[in-house]
Design a protein. Sequence first.
Length: 283
Amino acid sequence: MPVVQNFNRLPCGSRFLDLSRPQVMGILNVTPDSFSDGGRYGRRDAALRHAEAMLRAGATLIDVGGESTRPGARAVSPAEELERVAPVVEAIAAELDVIISVDTSTPAVIRETARLGAGLINDVRSLQRDGALAAAADSGLPVCLMHMRGEPSTMQQNPLYADVLVEVRDFLVERMAACATAGIAAERLLLDPGFGFAKTLEHNLRLFKHLDSLHELGRPLLVGVSRKSMIGKVLGHEVGERLYGSLALAALAITKGAHILRVHDVPETVDVVRMITAVEAAE
């Protein structure tokens, strides 16, 4: 196991996230077109029941997303995204004792979901949309910054890097600096290298192999590889057959010091985390 900075509790709205041990973030897509589970949880009640099931299974965060960011996904208007996300965030905040993460890049969604009880902003565009930095700063919530080039509709069109490790790190450093300028303290930031976003299989594998190099940035790392195409390309499996590959990468991410695992398969991933944690805690 790498030597990783031991972070204290992260304030997430009215709750705290313990970053001294790995945590599992359950994915809740309230979209019709997400790559793995699009259309399954678009209705408020279905979304709430799925969030409840993931909480019972051991998730400490629920990541609610109203815009698909799979390769080739269409853009969604702020009004449409807010219509999808706001009722679900409000319902979860009212009924469940869990940290709500909102997977959004949209300033209006950041502001409204923060008001409704969200505890974390998870932005694949690293607050680069107009007004997003100010909205995040005003929310007072922690933010996860992710590396991506371009937009989901175009990001997989021949992505090129001279050195993917250096360029991902430099991008995250730049976005951390932009946050500091906007009044978002470093202590409020988490980092995500963005597996599958504007990266080939070779880029993803190299980035994962050297994931622990990102600890030099001094912030907690979030890893989201659940059911992604890098698993399908290595194993030759379709989306519904990628559980074991996802669990293998979850275990590997923990050994490389990841703090949060963003996953579809919560019960199985929680077992992985608990088993590794028990072994590492032994005398």
